[in-house]
Design a protein around this ligand. Structure first.
Ligand code: FE
Length: 209
């Protein structure tokens, strides 16, 4: 048995010109696929058959298995990230999320500015996150393949991939332009809103391989 790369939840041309079909061919088709292949190659060797992706991510952290943590975390992070994206203007925050954003940041524009600043300020590879800590919205960033699902105090709501592979095709080295464009224009606010109430961790899980 093996995990399969989940298809993108939209057509690969649906987010152009913010993110091109070519960028998805590489980011989803090559990078995300490579993390899936890597973990599949360890399933027998590390005794992981019959475990879901989320179970593997948690187990890897408990075992202190860094390579498995990073690769399995990257599968989950990318599964989650694709769902955070939608064509421009097609979604908006629920009333509940809109009120939370206003209370914490003043406005959606201000949230986008702060999350972009976190993404741009993160040194090296990693991910910028909007998460719930208790009932409070927080902005954080995590390194490499680290994932909030192993932080029991954090519920992930929205993320931006800030690995160079996420933006080099469309934006070259311009991480600020990438962050502002994606977060300002193609966030799937319906998905972010659902995560406030629902099981955000399960949303990006893969069934037992
Ligand atoms: Fe990535």
């Amino acid at each position: 048995m093996a995990f399969s790369l989940p298809p993108l939840p939209f057509d690969r041309t649906a987010l152009e010109p913010i993110l091109s079909a070519e960028s998805f061919d590489y980011h989803h088709g090559k990078h995300h696929q490579a993390y899936v292949d890597k973990v599949n190659g360890w399933l027998d060797e590390k005794g992981l058959n019959g475990k879901s992706l989320v179970e593997i991510v948690k187990l890897a952290k408990d075992m202190g298995d860094k390579p498995l943590s990073n690769n399995a975390g990257q599968i989950w992070n990318h599964n989650f990230f694709w769902q955070c994206l939608a064509p421009e203007g097609s979604t908006k925050p629920s009333d509940k999320l809109a009120k939370m954003i206003e209370a914490s940041f003043g406005s959606q524009e201000e949230l986008v500015k702060k999350l972009s600043a976190e993404a741009v300020g993160h040194f090296g590879s990693g991910w910028a996150w909007l998460a719930l800590a208790g009932d409070k919205l927080v902005i954080i960033s995590l390194h490499d393949g680290e994932t909030p699902l192993t932080h029991s105090d954090l519920k992930p709501l929205l993320t931006l991939d800030v690995w160079e592979h996420a933006y080099y095709i469309d934006y070259r080295n311009a991480r600020p332009k990438f962050a502002e464009s994606v977060l300002g224009k193609v966030v799937n606010w319906d998905f972010v809103s659902r995560n406030v109430e629902g099981d955000a961790v399960a949303a990006a899980d893969l069934p037992a391989a």
